[in-house]
Design a protein around this ligand. Structure first.
Ligand SMILES: C[S@@+](CC[C@H](N)C(=O)[O-])C[C@H]1O[C@@H](n2cnc3c(N)ncnc32)[C@H](O)[C@@H]1O
Length: 475
């Protein structure tokens, strides 16, 4: 039978070429630092900062993932593809089961030989047979590995579920305290797979209901159905009896430090250009997660974190662990302050809002920005850290705002957004939890113009948080 070679011009041929070329770049980067090639089976601590993390290699990783996913969508039968997508929530459910059964912690010491599920199940209330089924589902997605029947071990993708705490102590700890003192990653995954998923389950009904379909009121979000959040998601978190949700949420924000996947916040925003003692107000700053990164890298700034008073105790605990000298020295101040009220700190060098505005639709976002604009002096900067949403199709840099966004050329036939999904998943989560939204550059431009702010500069890479540096404008 005659063989037919793959046409290099076809989508299929171009995807194969991208996969080969980018995999070679990645392999060479590992060779150059004397590391074995990456494997999903590797359960040792991930390599953090070496040549494999450099920009060129990261671009190759992004390209490889995008091309592999597109190739799968090209060859997999459409109905099974749609079924698998429709059932993806089961992975979310399984991740929460594994985290709350402390599986990654139980497996930490046993390495590649793994542990029988009967022993893993001792750290929770879960029936071992049921737990094995959940772990097998995850292992089929390369999260944990099944090394022999019913024996599981950690691998590269299960390591982020490990809080670093001792499984035995953990199993006896009050669940309200589970994520305190951790890096917050597990708390972030639980926020996604509990509160956000419950809202997602009610999204279709909420979007179709004539009473809520066109509303941007947070009280009309899917959270009203999914979480019984009659007073909106913030009301839900602050409700008596929901302390565990509130603590998990705030630790999830600590975990969200890694959302950026890079150190853009500390290295590209330009904090070093502000003179010693310049005041930076971190509005809706949570316990102060982002401020802790900024003050570590740029201790010459005077940081003021503002958030809801209900967070004060958790904030003090956070700083006592993270940077014990920060509050007593006055380098960092934590203030209870409602961001809809007049801003008490006038003429600060910087007003910083990170992942605040995506919780709110435009009219409420403007009610947050108005007091900020009112407090600005002519020299103040407003720095906003948020996702910058791309269209999935090509767009032209046909106006001033779009020209501020630098984007690398996208190889054919990949999607314009390189298939990076994080921002769209976050957008859907914001819709479900708050009736909020992630925004495109045109939407940012329009919103900030209405708030009398002008975008001077944007830094960030596709799929990561971008930082918009804005000046007050008289327009
Ligand atoms: C998505 S979190 C972002 C936290 C922090 N900026 C970060 O990036 O880690 C949004 C924050 O807005 C705060 N928030 C909500 N409503 C508020 C209000 N009315 N006044 C002040 N802060 C509020 C929440 O408590 C929460 O800490």
């Amino acid at each position: 039978m005659a063989t037919r070679s793959t046409s290099p011009q076809s989508d299929f041929g171009q995807l194969l070429h991208l996969i080969n070329a980018s995999a070679n770049v990645i392999g060479e980067a590992y060779d150059a630092v004397g590391c074995p090639h990456p494997s999903s089976n590797d359960g040792s601590t991930p390599i953090s900062s070496d040549k494999t993390q450099q920009a060129g290699t990261q671009q190759a990783v992004i390209t490889l993932i995008a091309a592999c996913r597109q190739l799968i969508a090209s060859v997999m039968a459409p109905v099974p593809y749609a079924i698998e997508t429709s059932m993806s929530f089961q992975y979310s459910a399984a991740i929460r089961v594994a985290i709350e059964a402390h599986v990654a912690e139980a497996l930490r010491e046993v390495g590649d030989q793994g542990m029988h599920v009967n022993d893993i199940a001792k750290y929770s209330n879960i029936n071992p047979d049921k737990l094995a089924r959940i772990l097998r589902l995850l292992a089929t997605r390369h999260i944990f590995k099944e090394v022999s029947p019913n024996v599981f071990a950690n691998n590269r993708m299960s390591l982020p579920l490990d809080t670093g705490k001792d499984a035995e102590i953990f199993a006896k700890t009050d669940p309200n305290e589970w994520y305190e003192g951790t890096n917050g990653h597990a708390a972030y995954f639980v926020l996604c797979t509990d509160n956000a998923m419950k809202c997602g389950a009610h999204l279709a009904d909420t979007l179709q209901d004539p009473k809520t379909a066109n509303s941007y009121d947070p009280l009309d979000a899917a959270a009203a159905r999914g979480l019984n959040a009659e007073n909106g998601y913030w009301g839900f978190l602050n409700q008596e009896g929901h302390e565990r949700h509130l603590k998990t949420y705030n630790m999830a924000m600590v975990g969200s430090k890694s959302l950026a996947y890079d150190d853009t916040l500390c290295t590209r925003v330009g904090w070093e250009h502000f003179p010693r003692g310049s005041v930076c107000v971190d509005i809706g700053g949570g316990v102060g997660t982002q401020t802790s990164l900024i003050t570590k890298a740029h201790p010459h700034l005077k940081m003021i974190v503002q958030d809801q008073g209900v967070l004060q105790k958790q904030a003090e605990e956070y700083w006592a662990i993270t940077d014990v000298d920060a509050l007593p020295s006055g380098r960092v101040t934590w203030q209870a302050q409602d961001f809809f009220e007049p801003q008490p700190v006038k003429g600060a060098a910087v007003y910083f809002l990170r992942c605040v505005l995506h919780d709110w639709a435009d009219e409420d976002a403007l009610r947050i920005l108005q007091p900020v604009r009112d407090a600005c002096s002519a020299d103040s900067k407003v720095i906003i850290g948020e996702m910058l949403m791309s269209f999935a199709c090509p767009t032209s840099p046909d106006d001033e705002a779009r020209r501020l966004v630098r984007r690398p050329a996208i190889p054919q036939p990949l999607l314009n957004n390189m298939g990076i999904r994080g921002g769209y998943l976050s957008d859907a989560a914001m819709l479900g939890l708050h009736n909020g939204q992630e925004r495109t550059i045109d939407q940012w431009h329009a919103l900030l113009k209405r708030a009398h702010l002008k975008i001077d500069r944007i830094v960030g890479d596709e799929g990561t948080l971008h930082y918009f540096s804005c000046s007050p404008s008289e327009e």
